[in-house]
Design a protein around this ligand. Structure first.
Ligand code: FAD
Ligand code: MG
Ligand code: MG
Ligand code: MG
Ligand code: MG
Length: 568
């Protein structure tokens, strides 16, 4: 039998006024909000939620929040594990102790009955299986993603992963002190006038603790130092392979290089010259999501550092002693290695895949939400962060409606002014239009009109419906999926909490901005991502920064930018 663990009932507002003499009005029972996950999305949601309004329960197999941007530095030994985690109970305690937390994982969502099935691995119940049920009115799914091995044989058995390396034993009271130094600070980007928000690692150095990967690096050095090995075997043990040239793999390779050259070379002088770090990437370049200049700089720098960057190689098999990879020109090659780290992207968790099948999303790869982060066709379920993706509505689906609303004077054509007047609303509902107008081949609204009219008719600047359609016909090609980053997850968590704090309004006005639909402006705008730039630490005090507005900064100065942004 599965125990039902719903809590709450008639609970008055948490901060119920101290004035007991006044008869309190009978409050309706608070709705139950269940949050799955305590990562970037879930924790940011909880931090921003007005928990007096709901009966909140949090479920996660990890009782801490991990500051993932510093994980690569932990694994290579430059940052202490305990300095990048914050106990979730501490976060919840700041909310007045109102929120309940269960250390367990959800293994099934039952949207028809609004229940979730959970299992705890740290203690069993009377039935001996640790399983229980939780009811919800609103479910916030923030379970992140799993590492993706693309079913490559031998990866699970032989590779390390950067994703889950921390264990709660690392948590100490001190983590709080250090975490408070991850202060979020804001600097104004002078070029854009936008806010760039970042965080600061206070303790870059510290005593060397241990994590699984760090231990494994040390083991390789110790093995290579054993008296009975020949040179080949020493070399094999000191060959560190990083699979995946995305930001995480690159940063790990860079910090591993720093760790090895700066720290371990002093401890193991006799084998130092045998160390080799390889970075393997299936695409033609590393850091493909960054600007070309950054990609080139990183590849050059790694070249100078002696990190062997192998692009165009796809790993097809990992055995205990060798990694086999494929290159169209070279064919299959097998290289011996001492330690391998796998960092090639993410996949959907199995119980989310099951859930998607139940709600008719079985043909998709990632759980889809609308722009308000509501899971489609699933009442009361929301999803944020890496486990979901926003299905952006297309302009072309609504084009006639947009035209009708824009044409205020009902003339049957749109003047430049009419278009300008509605543009802001269009940007909010369809961000792809703004991206399109800002894209290289476009020069604002005039070009839009020219696309519709052709050069000959520059004079008459009114568009009929067909011309309007033509003007916007390419716009939907600019729809972009948001990247799987902490920035996206935390902005979504924050946005959703704000919506929950005003849920009553939201339920009365579920769609928006309705001005486009002719019913006045909506209070609840869709989620809109603000890209605040990205950093790629490349080791040796070099950092590449790509800020909004195509602003690139590479080298020591960006290292200082990174420090000034991240340190106060
Ligand atoms: P997560 O933060 O992964 O949180 C998922 C939560 O769900 C966890 O608490 C987990 O325990 C819990 N959970 C899992 N399964 C279940 C279940 N069945 N039931 C209940 N709970 C469950 N992004 C950046 O923007 N900048 C960076 O520099 C950066 N560096 C990174 C470095 C590394 C090594 C890694 C791994 C990621 C990095 N990222 C970075 C990406 C960033 O960490 C993720 O995009 C972000 O964590 C996504 O947030 P999330 O809330 O969706 O998922
Ligand atoms: Mg989360
Ligand atoms: Mg996290
Ligand atoms: Mg996402
Ligand atoms: Mg008109």
């Amino acid at each position: 039998m599965i125990r039902n663990c719903s809590s709450g009932g008639l609970v008055a507002y948490a901060d119920s006024r101290s004035d007991d003499s006044v008869e309190k009005p009978q409050l309706p029972p608070r709705k139950k909000v269940v949050v799955l996950g305590t990562g970037w999305g879930g924790t940011t949601f909880l931090r921003n939620l007005d928990s007096r309004l709901y009966d909140v329960q949090v479920i996660s197999p990890r009782n801490y929040f991990a500051f993932t941007p510093l994980l690569p530095s932990v694994t290579s030994g430059t940052v202490e594990p305990r300095s990048i985690v914050e106990p979730i109970r501490r976060v919840l305690a700041k909310k007045g102790g109102e929120i309940k937390f269960w250390e367990a994982e959800c293994f099934k969502i039952d949207p028809a009955n609004k229940k979730i099935h959970c299992r705890s691995s740290i203690g069993t119940n009377l039935d001996g299986n640790g399983e229980f049920l939780v009811d919800y009115d609103y479910l916030v799914v923030a379970v992140g993603a799993r590492v993706n091995t693309f079913n490559t044989p031998g990866v699970v058995e032989n590779c390390h992963f950067l994703k889950v390396i921390l264990h709660y034993e690392f948590m100490t009271w001190f983590s709080k002190i250090i975490i408070t130094n991850f202060c979020f600070i804001f600097i104004v980007s002078t070029l854009q006038g936008v806010l760039v928000c970042s965080y600061c690692p206070y303790t870059i150095t510290g005593s060397r603790g241990c994590s699984k990967i760090r231990r494994s690096v040390m083991d390789c050095f110790e093995r290579a130092s054993l008296p009975y090995l020949n040179e080949e075997e020493r070399k094999k043990n000191l060959h560190f392979v990083v699979v995946g040239g995305g930001p995480t793999g690159v940063e790990f390779a860079a910090s591993l290089h720093d760790f090895v050259t700066e720290d371990l070379s002093k401890l193991y002088p006799s084998v130092q010259h045998l160390v080799k770090i390889s970075l393997i990437e299936a695409a033609d370049h590393i850091l493909t999501m960054f600007d070309k200049r950054i990609t080139n700089f990183a590849e050059d720098k790694f070249g100078r550092d002696g990190i062997d960057v192998k692009t165009g190689y796809k790993v097809v098999k990992v055995s205990k002693d060798a990694i086999t990879m494929q290159n169209p020109a070279v064919g299959d090659i097998s290289v011996p290695y001492g330690m391998a780290v796998w960092s090639t992207g993410i996949g959907t968790r199995p119980f989310i895949v099951e859930f998607m099948k139940q709600i008719g999303q079985g043909n998709r790869r990632v759980l889809a939400t609308d722009e308000w982060l509501r899971v489609r066709e699933c009442d009361g379920v929301y999803a944020v962060g890496d486990c979901a993706t926003i299905n952006q509505r297309k302009v072309m689906e609504d084009i006639s409606e947009i035209f009708r609303v824009a044409d205020k004077d009902k003339s049957g054509t749109l003047t430049v002014k009419e278009i300008q007047d509605i543009l802001e609303d269009i940007f909010v509902r369809y961000p792809q239009v703004q991206l399109y107008l800002k894209s290289k081949q476009m020069n604002g609204i005039a070009d839009l009109l020219r696309t519709a009219k052709g050069d000959a008719e520059k004079e008459s600047m009114e568009l009929n419906i067909e011309e309007f359609k033509k003007a916007l016909s390419l716009v939907d090609s600019q729809v972009k999926f948001l990247p799987a980053t902490a920035q996206v997850a935390s902005q979504q968590g924050q946005y959703l909490a704000r919506c929950f704090n005003k849920m009553k309004d939201a339920e009365e006005n579920p769609e928006g901005p309705i001005r486009i639909r002719g019913e006045g402006r909506h209070r609840f705008l869709p989620f809109r991502y603000r890209h605040l730039g990205q950093f790629a630490p490349l080791g040796g005090e070099q950092t590449a920064a790509q800020l909004p507005g195509d602003w690139i900064s590479i080298g020591h100065s960006s290292q200082w930018l990174w420090y000034s942004v991240y340190a106060t």
